[in-house]
Write a protein that binds this ligand. Structure first.
Ligand code: TV1
Ligand code: CA
Ligand code: ZN
Length: 393
């Protein structure tokens, strides 16, 4: 039988104050909102709580190119420069020219179609996101936790030398690199509605990391990679698993497929540790994704992985209807300590006004058409199983 898990939780109050810009859909405030619910529902006392630190440049350069990291760490937004100048600052601002060099911005993916704006503190924000994921890995390595949570992590798109898809530093890749220093095999699971391309790419040619991403795919849905037969290269052949899906995935079909695939993955790969990206943009009513999962359905995928008695690093990711993101991640934090949170949002929550229209933790979801037929889903599962048969770890 399952025994009680030691659950560690990383948080830093600062992270919620960073701002991608007024119109941007990525809102770090959801991390603070999640934290408030965790406190409000009394889950806090069942967690080993750690304050997240900023990852160092050296740690970040384990994956990222030095010139890119230098650029990010010196980044000062032009609004900030204007502000400083207006207030009489005459001192030279390091690399002021470089910051506004359009060529450099393009090279490093900053500001491209507004997905990755250069905003004030973008580097510190990324350091906090990454610091939590690194220290989560270290707790697992030191056998000081069975589960280690960092809702500020999970930024799966960042590339070696370039920001991409709202992500600047790939905390997940760096977390996995830490784990690989000690563990032979790491399993990465990604239930964000987007393909986990940055993580997949980083480990595409190794058989020590298996990456498994479930995602919306087709009709130009971002990023467009992660088709069924993209499955790894060289030694990594068959160690990248992709489950591309159409809009409208519901609890029943998603849970079934998830459990079948993950069961088989655990059987053939036998990982020493799991890194689980739990992007909440796969929930119903997300502002970007088109899946139709309930919070309970999403959470059941996470808890399914606890039965294998392998340590798990739990990371955040996407999620653009922020009240649902905080509901989901607070609920999942509860599940990890065996608490089934429900009922109304605590009235003294500092963000209560944001939930007023719908004040329960669990919100009803409308039925929408599931564009994935039973036949499609069987076909996909069959293909994935065929690939997994070739794995001999
Ligand atoms: C600013 C303001 C940025 C409004 C971005 C949705 C916006 C999007 C915005 C948006 C938006 C994307 C593309 C751009 C191809 C590119 C954290 C020509 C209404 C992990 C990243 C999605 C998801 C990027 C990140 C995607 C994660 N979708 N409004 N941008 N285009 N980019 O499609 O996986 O969740 O949408
Ligand atoms: Ca995914
Ligand atoms: Zn996403």
């Amino acid at each position: 039988m399952e025994t009680k898990k030691r659950v560690a939780y990383f948080y830093n109050n600062e992270i919620g104050n960073y701002n991608y810009g007024k119109l941007h859909l990525m809102n770090p405030k959801r991390i603070s909102m999640t934290h408030s619910l965790i406190v409000g529902y009394g889950v806090y006392k069942d967690l080993d709580v750690y304050t997240t630190r900023e990852a160092t440049k050296e740690e970040i350069m384990q994956f990222h190119d030095q010139d890119y990291v230098e650029y990010l760490s010196n980044y000062v937004s032009s609004t900030k420069i204007d502000f400083l100048r207006k207030n009489g600052c005459t001192a030279p601002i390091i690399d002021e020219e470089a910051k506004n060099d359009v060529e450099k911005k393009r090279q490093y993916g900053i500001d491209v179609q507004a997905d990755c704006p250069g905003f004030d503190g973008v580097y510190t924000f990324s350091q906090l996101s990454t610091g939590g994921s690194i220290d989560a890995a270290h707790l697992i390595i030191n056998n000081a936790a069975d589960v280690a949570i960092n809702w500020g992590g999970g930024l799966h798109h960042a590339k070696k030398g370039e920001a991409y898809g709202f992500c600047y530093v790939n905390d997940i890749v760096i977390c996995i690199l830490e784990l690989l220093k000690v563990f032979p095999r790491v399993l990465y699971i990604d239930i964000d509605v987007h393909h986990g391309d940055g993580v997949e790419e980083a480990f595409f040619t190794t058989n020590r990391v298996m990456t498994v991403s479930f995602h919306e795919f087709g009709e130009d849905f971002f990023p467009g990679t992660g088709g069924l037969n993209s499955s790894g290269e060289g030694l990594g052949k068959n160690y990248a698993v992709n489950v591309p899906l159409r809009p409208g995935m519901d609890d029943e079909s998603y849970k079934q497929l998830f459990k079948n695939v993950m069961n088989k993955v655990m059987e053939v790969f036998r990982p020493d540790v799991v890194v689980f990206q739990t992007g909440a943009d796969s929930l119903a009513n997300d502002k970007i994704g088109h899946f139709n999962l309930s919070i309970r359905g999403h959470g059941e995928c996470l808890t399914y992985m606890l039965r294998f008695n392998v340590p798990v690093v739990v990371l955040g990711g996407g999620g653009y209807t922020i009240q649902n993101v905080s509901r989901c991640w607070a609920y999942e934090t509860g599940l990890l300590v065996k608490k089934n949170l429900n009922g109304p949002i605590p009235v003294d929550d500092p963000f209560f006004h944001l939930y007023e229209k719908q004040n329960m933790l669990h919100v009803p979801i409308q039925q929408v058409e599931n564009k994935n037929s039973k036949e499609d889903l069987n076909k996909i599962q069959e293909e994935v199983f065929k690939q997994l048969k070739e794995v001999d770890a």
